[in-house]
Design a protein around this ligand. Structure first.
Ligand SMILES: Nc1nc2c(c(=O)[nH]1)N[C@H]1C(S)=C(S)[C@@H](COP(=O)(O)OP(=O)(O)OC[C@H]3O[C@@H](n4cnc5c(=O)[nH]c(N)nc54)[C@H](O)[C@@H]3O)O[C@H]1N2
Ligand SMILES: Nc1nc2c(c(=O)[nH]1)N[C@H]1C(S)=C(S)[C@@H](COP(=O)(O)OP(=O)(O)OC[C@H]3O[C@@H](n4cnc5c(=O)[nH]c(N)nc54)[C@H](O)[C@@H]3O)O[C@H]1N2
Ligand SMILES: [Mo]
Length: 759
């Protein structure tokens, strides 16, 4: 391009590595804006320590041999955001009708601070007004008593503790519902569905120790510098050991290129950094299936040429379905692979060579794999690649799905699922003496569809921001108003709370950082991380308000008011969480000596059969899978594929601030990342205003007025921020196998908008 790109407000290259001093500076800003400095330093030092609380930031595990501190920039943002000094009091609500609040940004809503008292929406004044806890519980119980349980849905967002989640599902099932939409449905459901079919368990197989022993890491479709920053320490160490790290990502994410470890004194003192990716493959969005098939094809070709590449003993002894996979790969041509993946045959062959050489390989992945219309099939393809060389159930090898919310995996383990196993329901029946519902419940998208159709009449939310997290606000937002009741257990105000139903309650709860004092003393809760380690979390800060209750106490209060004759002593359970854990131990395998084992620092690991090469699949073997065709997404046609991603300054729908430092975007979120050649092909210049459109079912969805910026992104792929871009995605744009929305592959067209350029 001959022309110098024009200056665009708030958009410029970030020259530094990820991490380093930039991270420490950002941490200082987060502390200054939200907390008292003295309190903040003491609190941050307790993050992820054996006697401290589990960081609400992400589900990456803690090192046993704890370094002096175990938090990261974005963990610190999550902590300071929760432990903020700002308060959303009844006075604030009295002065602001809901209609006014609706006009504020997501950032402004949460920045009001912590909710302090239970509130009930009053239609006449269009405001939330305080009420007592007993009145709130009675009200909820009264409404639930009038509704058929099949018409009530119970959402969970994955920050909830094992204890609160177990009690919540017990209550909901005793009430008679199996409708458990949860954030997993929007996130790693393809993992929960795909992994059991391939390897007989729905969880990752690796531990932190495996990262110390691996010889190759393949990182696909995740951005750990922002979303799992503590993983960067592990990648940094591996890179320094000379372990090749292969990245598949349409965007060049800075942390996967270069990272300076804030915990490394030499790097910090010398402004040094470590190169992370040995091979950075900018795959097209949705081109991963083609890319992985290409790597496998190259592997088979190497095997045919020289032999000694595949693990034939493992394939013969531990798997089924190799022959059809081999046939499919032989029949798939390289030109098709190259065009579907956007990658060259040579670059994929190079990955195959690294993989062939490695004695132990880990594949880690995130939303770039799962949030597609064939997300489950993608996950299975990753297993195929591992199985070819027996990379399961051996040290230094395995599959590593990076979970989202800090306890999303634990929630699932203790029964938050719309499709419970018969064994689990039998356990509940035997322990509690009732007949749990056996029908298939609704997941997150189906719940919203049921709200739209009127089949769902009440929604209870244990955390989260469901209406904003789901695709299609145009459908979701108005539908929420048709509910007879909406109940939100939350720490902070968000937009879902403003989509008021006939009866709407806002119930403020304690966060992880706060001391949870019950009748028997200060309580610990437990959580399960991405590597199936279960451990205790104890908050120490004084609660944000004297009126707050723990999530456990709130669930118990609702249950007591709704089911007076359940035979469960809800109050006794919320008085002492050891009693809840004793019940979990009775119902769910793997929790033996639960109360004793969480008192050991670091906790314990749940059983993972595949790590011992026990395959709980129908065949009793690990199962190869044939991914039909090459195109990851079924829906095609339009010129571009839009991926919706998180900025560095957000936690899901929580927008901490407006910078995305590593991608060079500052003070704004209204941008569309594009390849320079794609800009040029459309006759656009960096900084032009564009409209993004999706045509579906006879209507056109439009996200107007974005500023198109030149970025290091794969050709044919464009990126915008979540949740704003959800306006483009139809509610039924899902992976049919898992129900998870295809947030990372939205077929769109881009055109210049009528407005002026953004220079
Ligand atoms: N600070 C912070 N931490 C978080 C969160 C947060 O919002 N903020 N959210 C938490 C939650 S709930 C989750 S689920 C995780 C999410 O963590 P990630 O899985 O890292 O999620 P995303 O930001 O959605 O980014 C996905 C990455 O996938 C890439 N990508 C997009 N499409 C494709 C594709 O088709 N193929 C490939 N190979 N890559 C693709 C994008 O370029 C981006 O780098 O993080 C958790 N941790
Ligand atoms: N376009 C697009 N959409 C997406 C995604 C994407 O990548 N692209 N990602 C999807 C993914 S992976 C996920 S997980 C979902 C996230 O969906 P959710 O989990 O529903 O959303 P969050 O934004 O994490 O929820 C934030 C709210 O949680 C409440 N909260 C915070 N801490 C606590 C607590 O300790 N207890 C309670 N009770 N409440 C608390 C606060 O009120 C806060 O406003 O979004 C999905 N939506
Ligand atoms: Mo997530």
């Amino acid at each position: 391009m001959a022309e110098q790109p024009r200056n665009v407000a708030g958009v410029h290259d970030y020259a530094g590595p990820a991490g380093g001093w930039g991270a420490l500076k950002a941490l200082a800003v987060a502390v200054r804006e939200q907390m008292d400095t003295v309190e903040a330093s003491a609190t941050l030092l307790r993050t992820n320590q054996p006697q401290g609380f589990d960081c609400p930031g992400c589900a990456w595990p803690d090192k046993n041999h704890a370094s002096t501190f175990q938090f990261c920039e974005n963990g610190a943002k999550a902590v300071t955001w929760e432990a903020t000094k700002h308060r959303a009091t009844p006075a604030l609500f009295a002065a602001r009708p809901v209609a006014e609040l609706m006009k504020l940004s997501d950032h402004e809503l949460e920045d009001f601070g912590r909710l302090t008292e239970p509130m009930l929406y009053d239609k006449a004044s269009d405001t939330y007004q305080p009420l007592s806890w007993d009145a709130a519980f009675a009200r909820i119980g009264a409404v639930l008593a009038t509704l058929p349980p099949r018409q009530v849905d119970f959402y969970t967002s994955g920050r909830t503790s094992n204890e609160a989640a177990f009690l919540y599902q017990l209550f909901a099932r005793m009430y008679g519902s199996n409708n458990f939409p949860d954030c997993s449905n929007l996130c790693h459901e393809p993992t929960s569905v795909g992994l059991p079919r391939s390897i007989g368990m729905g969880k990752g197989s690796v531990s932190l120790d495996d990262f110390d022993k691996c010889e190759l890491i393949i990182s696909i479709g995740h951005n750990p510098g922002t979303n799992h920053p503590r993983m960067m320490g592990v990648l940094h160490d591996a890179a320094r050991r000379g372990v090749p790290i292969v990245v598949f990502n349409p965007m060049r994410e800075r942390a996967l290129e270069r990272f300076a470890d804030p915990q490394d004194p030499v790097e910090m003192a010398t402004y040094g950094a470590t190169a992370i990716a040995s091979n950075y493959l900018q795959v097209k969005a949705g081109g991963d299936a083609a890319a992985i098939k290409g790597v496998m094809k190259a592997l088979l070709e190497m095997e045919a040429r020289q032999g000694g590449v595949l693990d034939h003993d493992f394939i013969a002894g531990h798997t089924v379905g190799f022959a059809p996979l081999q046939e499919d790969l032989t029949a798939t041509g390289w030109p098709a692979i190259e065009s579907a993946s956007g990658l060259s045959q040579a670059s994929l062959e190079e990955v195959a060579r690294l993989y062939a050489k490695s004695g132990a390989t880990i594949i880690s992945y995130g939303m770039g794999i799962t949030q597609h219309r064939r997300g489950t099939a993608n996950v299975r393809l990753l297993c195929d690649l591992l199985l070819l060389k027996g990379n399961l159930g051996k040290p230094g090898a395995g599959i590593c799905p990076l979970r989202g919310h800090s306890n999303v995996q634990g929630n699932r383990t203790v029964g938050i699922t719309e499709k419970p196993s018969a064994a689990f329901l039998d356990g509940l029946a035997a322990t509690f003496g009732f007949a749990p519902p056996r029908w298939a419940g609704r997941d997150a998208v189906r719940s919203m569809q049921a709200i739209v159709s009127g089949e769902c009449r009440a929604l209870l939310c244990l955390g989260g921001n469901l209406a904003v997290a789901l695709p299609d606000p145009g459908q979701c937002f108005p539908a929420m108003a048709s509910l007879e009741m909406a109940v939100h257990v939350a720490t902070k105000l968000n937009r879902s709370h403003l989509l008021v139903a006939q009866t709407t309650l806002l119930l403020p709860c304690l966060g992880r950082t706060e001391a949870d004092l019950q009748a028997s003393g200060v309580q610990a809760v437990t959580v399960e991380d991405s590597m199936s380690m279960v451990h205790a979390s104890v908050g120490k800060l004084p609660p944000a308000s004297m009126h707050l209750k723990s999530e456990v106490a709130i669930v118990a209060g609702i249950a007591r008011a709704t089911l007076p004759d359940s035979g469960v002593d809800w109050d006794a359970l919320s008085a002492d969480y050891d009693r809840i854990r004793a019940l979990i131990e009775r119902v769910i395998p793997g929790f033996d000596d639960y109360n004793a084992r969480i008192r050991v620092p670091g906790g314990f690991r749940l059983p993972l059969p595949a790590t011992g090469r026990v395959w709980n699949t129908p065949s009793g073997k690990a199962e190869f899978y044939v991914f039909d065709g090459l195109d990851e997404d079924l829906q095609q046609g339009d010129a571009f594929r839009l991926v919706t991603v998180r900025s560095h300054d957000q936690y899901n729908t929580t927008i901490y601030a407006y910078d995305d430092r590593y991608r060079g975007v500052f003070g704004r979120r209204d941008v569309l990342f594009m390849h320079p050649d794609d800009l040029e092909a459309l006759g656009l210049v960096h900084g032009d205003k564009v409209d993004v459109e999706l045509a579906s079912g006879g209507e056109t969805r439009r996200y107007p007025g974005l500023t198109a910026i030149a970025h290091a992104i794969a050709r044919g792929t464009v990126a915008a921020y979540y949740p704003e871009a959800n306006c483009l995605i139809p509610l039924d744009h899902i992976d049919a196998e898992s129900g998870t929305p295809g947030y990372k592959s939205v077929p769109v067209s881009v055109r210049k908008s009528a407005g002026a350029a953004d220079a």
